[in-house]
Design a binder for this molecule. Structure first.
Ligand code: S3P
Length: 450
């Protein structure tokens, strides 16, 4: 697979001349898509995946699972995976390249740690700068070893073990990736794997493991949070998976519709797992006219349609305890706060510093470049709502898809055009984003600014 985007795609974004109306769908959930390919490759039998996100990040995972011996084909939009079974993946003949995807790299590290073989893993410049010790430290406890660059960075060699010991681990950071890596390692370990998370994070791994037929126990802890346990080794049974629309991707058209006058938009088939919906709660607290219709359960996950209309927003105080349920949504929430009346305080954002970019610094820079007054106090971001004309700045996106989309949404609502240095990385999570916004009338064109 060729590397993502050698050529950058700059974009100048002007205010939308009309509101966003109609009915759209966003691509499949990224977290669920990665997990569906990984678990299907570990299952016995044939899995069909419907609605898989065909973004660069997930295509990397597909490529990696193929390199590890699974047979993966695509017909139309249906993906078919013939799995190899837990413990039965085979050593790749070349380096596996996880591109821009931290989720792919970290979850796969867990799987590889309990396979008796050596795998070499790398990623793009963004991923090569991100910390891997958060998974390699706990995973080393099962008998695997990892050789990384300084600072625990990729490229990395994984020396897995076929005699993996089960791990008991209390998460020092709220991270579904770390939790998932340990649970996935536990599938091929002999005994009880235990993960304690002080604050609940997205539970797609647990849900999907159950979907593939194994028991995952979850206990509430007296001091808050929960303990997740499974007993290995297990055998997973192939089961078809339907992937809902990604709530994190829905956030961009949703905030655009809130900010641009005369909008009335329906976003269909969005995943509503309660551990993912902190943004919707926060926007409602800001006065957003946002309702959920047609709520239902599909493939073990709650799903619904989001109805959003232009709204006058006011400032909000988002507690740190909500961060895990909206960790990827802060850049676009900060954009909404910039156009709101009054001051917003977004608390407990330390994890944003280690995303595809330092999202805390990059979001502050995005806002400041466009005339917004913003402060960082400790781990909190304080955004002062609209005071005069906004826009006119140049945004650096640092290989980060969510910054690029947030900058575009800012530009669609701003008084002066916003220049975005590179929109190419949007392909990692939301292929077709610019076309979708243009179909709604956004009028986005490509090219350098004048
Ligand atoms: C993800 C977990 C989150 C999130 C990422 C996807 C997952 O990362 O930011 O986009 O699929 O498990 P952390 O585990 O680092 O919080």
């Amino acid at each position: 697979m060729k590397g993502l985007m050698q050529a950058s795609r700059p974009l100048t974004v002007s205010a939308s001349r009309k509101g966003f109306s109609g009915c759209i769908r966003v691509p499949g959930d990224k977290s669920i898509s990665h997990r569906s390919l990984m678990l299907a490759a570990l299952a016995q039998g044939r899995t069909r995946v419907y609605g898989l996100l065909e973004g660069e990040d997930v295509l990397r995972t597909a490529e990696a699972m193929r390199a590890l011996g699974a047979t993966i084909t695509r017909e139309g939009t249906v993906w078919t995976i013939d799995g190899r079974g837990v413990g039965e993946l085979t050593e790749p003949s070349d380096v596996v390249d996880m591109g821009n995807s931290g989720t792919a790299a970290r979850l796969l590290s867990g799987i590889l740690s309990s396979h008796g073989m050596n795998t070499f893993m790398t990623g793009d410049a963004s991923l090569r700068s991100r910390p891997m010790r958060r998974v390699t430290d706990p995973l080393s406890e099962n008998g695997a070893s990892f050789l990384t660059r300084a600072g625990g960075r990729l490229p990395m060699a994984v020396h897995g073990t076929e005699k993996a010991r089960p791990i008991t681990y209390r998460l020092p950071v709220a991270s579904a990736q770390v939790k998932s890596a340990i649970l996935l390692a536990g599938l091929n370990a002999h005994g009880r794997t235990v993960v304690e998370e002080p604050v609940a994070t997205r539970d797609h791994t647990e849900n999907m493991l159950r979907h593939f037929g194994i028991t995952v126990d979850v206990f509430a802890m007296d001091e808050g949070g929960c303990r997740i346990e499974l007993t290995g080794p297990v055998s997973l049974t192939a089961r078809d998976v339907t992937v809902p629309g990604d709530p994190s991707s829905s956030a961009f058209p949703l905030v655009a519709a809130l900010l641009v006058p005369d909008s009335d938009l329906l976003i269909e088939n969005v995943g509503l797992n309660p551990l993912r919906t902190g943004l919707f709660t926060s926007l409602r607290e800001m006065g957003a006219d946002l309702t959920i219709e047609n709520e239902r359960t599909e493939g073990g996950e709650p799903v619904g349609d989001l109805r959003v209309r232009s709204s006058r927003l006011r400032g909000v105080d988002v507690p740190a305890s909500r961060a895990p349920s909206m960790i990827d949504e802060y850049p676009v929430l900060a954009v909404a706060c910039a156009f709101a009346e009054g001051t917003s305080r977004l608390r407990g954002l330390h994890e944003l510093r280690v995303k595809e970019s330092d999202r805390l610094a990059a979001t502050v820079a995005l806002l400041e470049a466009n005339g917004v007054k913003v402060e960082v106090k400790g781990d909190d971001m304080i955004v002062h709502g609209r005071q005069g004309a906004l826009g006119g700045g140049r945004v650096q996106t640092h290989m980060d898809h969510r910054l690029a989309m947030s900058a575009i949404i800012f530009g669609l609502a701003a008084d002066r055009p916003v220049q975005v240095d590179d929109t190419a990385f949007i392909e990692t999570s939301f292929p077709g984003f610019v076309d979708l916004m243009n179909a709604l009338g956004a009028g986005l064109g490509t090219g350098t600014s004048t």
